[in-house]
Design a protein around this ligand. Sequence first.
Ligand code: 26Q
Length: 827
Amino acid sequence: IKDLVSPYLSSDYKHLQKNIAYHLEYTLPQTTRNLNLFGTYLATSYTVRDRLLQLSHDTQKYYTEKKVKTACYISIEYLMGRFLQNAVLNLNLEEEYGEALAGLGYGLEDIYDQEQDPALGNGGLGRLAACFLDTLATHNYPAWGYGLRYNYGLFKQSVDVEGDQVEKTDVWLQFPYPFMIENHFIRIPIGFYGSIETYVDQKTKGTRFKWHPSEYVIAQANDILIPGYGTDNTNTLRLWSCRPIQELDFKKFSLGDFKGASEKRLNAENITNVLYPNDNEMAGKELRFKQQYFLVAATLQDIIRRLKEQKRTIYELPDFAAVQLNDTHPTLAIPELLRVLLDEEMLTWDEAWDITQRTFSYTNHTILPEALERWPVKLISHLLPRHMQLIEAINWKFLENFSENNKESGKLRKKLSLIENSRDTLVRMAWLAIVGSHKVNGVSDIHTNILKDKVFKDFHKIYPKKFINVTNGVTPRRWLHACNPKLSELITATLNSNEWIYDLTHLSKLREHADNEEFQLKWAAIKLFNKKKLQKYVKRELKIDIGYKDVVYDIQIKRIHEYKRQLMNIIGSISYYSDLLKMDPKKRKEMPKRVSFIAGKAAPGYFVAKKIIKLINCVSKVINTDPEIGDVFKVIYLPNYSVTLAELLIPATDVSEHISTPGTEASGTSNMKFVLNGGLILGTLDGANLEIMKNSGEENVFAFGITKEKVDQVKQNNIEKGAYNLMDEKMKNAINLIENGTFGNIENYQGLIEELKGVDRYILGHDFAPYMEAMDRVMQTYQKPQKWWKMSILGCAGSGWLSSDRTIKEYAENIWEIKPCPLPKIE
Ligand code: 26Q
């Protein structure tokens, strides 16, 4: 049968044209006589999809034959970015598609530009999941991604005339999204509410339980195929969407003793309607909890179905699938699997618990207390009564090991308990994830140490081997090869090979060119080219003229959060501006030039973050329109930050800011992307900054500020003496400018300024002077091109280990115990 379809998939450009024409005429429907850009993009995408489908079929068949163990990554977010360019590059068909489209009168870039960003994630955690999928396919690992297909992704952001963030719904499914394939054969019933039946098992005479949900919805599979770079292996990202249950579904799934549920209308609300826009903060909404259960229940049924299809028994589950929980959001998978094993597969508790622990592992991404998930027992009991019963049983069996007898162990039991008795009775999801997994990992060295010594200290004492570090990484395919084609070409030409694209350690060979003037000039010319592209974008979108030659492009792009300290950045700009104003105009003109870019969204309910955005915009307006300042200094806020915008910004950056309070940013991943693209880092001793310093050389990073060990002392001082009294004079001056109305009515910033003067939780005041001093070093160094470009090249040369390929190898070997399974090459 394969011979019937394979000729259709020839990659000759004339053939591609025929395929595109076919889809235009018969899939869309359009005609080849009056082409348009969007139609051609869709048709082109369908031809790519055809190829991926073929490869995916071959891949699944081969994995089944080989009985491989598979990694299943469960994540409530995936921040994929655009698909088409990535797929064309990974399939190595860029030339052919370029030619095919040129023949139809279109440029490949313009076709790529038609695609909108699927924004099914908030930030770092979702983007990391996307990088992992690229690596898993590229390195031929059998793997599945599981997530949710939200109808509405992360909101679109604009800024109004007052400088406030405005949110608009992201209606990404209003046009067809050609890379997502609804799989009509995979529909899974998911229950909620209802009651628990208790009965005696006739065989064993033991008590058994059965959950009878009172309401059901259907989980519908939507598959996105994930191509690897330079390989035929093609994995699947399966996104579940929720649909109401129909009469027919009742019959098909024979939901048995289901009484009158069709009158109840759980279906009235669609569980997968919208992505919660919180980043590093827990939204305790019932619908969010339903999303989490919906995701894991559908996913586990799907995994067990595939296991059984292969005629393997439930006891083999841990050798069939390694299930990774991306943060605690999918933690309900633990009681859900336990329920299936106990109530449906009729295993004993010990068997079921052993299988559960061997199947799951858990990654923590944050230590911020406000982000740690705790759900009310009341809510869980109502929505998932059997699961709550099981969580209590897990807790009880776990705590059995710690006696109640004396005061000390009583205290310990309280700390270890999965259930917290505060004002509300709450389930601590991280505790549940730790107890139910065989491995728990942090995402950078410093972060994992904090988990072991502080956040999960008591658990670490009990299970010292369970806790490991796996430092994050980023895919060099999207974050260098695709987004910075000129640098990619230069590296390939210099190393005489493109092997670095899938083995990034090859970059270390760039070290020998770091001092070479000719090489430095080529390197710098590419940066300039990328800056010009950004300068044009700013002119087109914001109608602001900025320079790009001999101007430092300084950037901070990430979700707006107090701990990330965008506020320190903008207060720094105010201070710099006020220094410039005080200067002799002649001297001012001779100052090195800088543009300071900031981008990032604020969660709609995070009022402090929104005030920071407003302040940035109001400061930007004052500085950018001040004739005294001219092009010496500009502050630009870029609205609607996205993966696609990052692909424009990162290659154009001279220096990027990663300035979180030490001990707060678990890792950060954009810092890695900047270094990879020859950007320098201005950063604190936090997250992955520390490891970048270790690998690229401390002298190649502009580091500043205290170590995390000293933070508590500074905070304590702030509380005792009042932050304002300890604050640096320059910062006081800058705050004074805000207070006297230079950037609009002070009422706009109420709360922001009070916090800074009072407690200053993120110790901006303490770090302000070293921050300004470090920025000064940046500007001074930029005046010495040979030194600057050497730092830039050495940073990149040391970034081999920043690849998500290295990260995934560690997961595969130390946690999942899976091996690559490359499809045989057909010549
Ligand atoms: C939880 C409950 C209810 C609603 C929302 C949430 C929620 C959603 C998203 C909680 C946290 C997040 C996102 C966390 C996140 O992105 N963390 C980042 O993960 C990156 C990848 O490991 C790290 O590099 C960043 O340091 C970390 O902040």
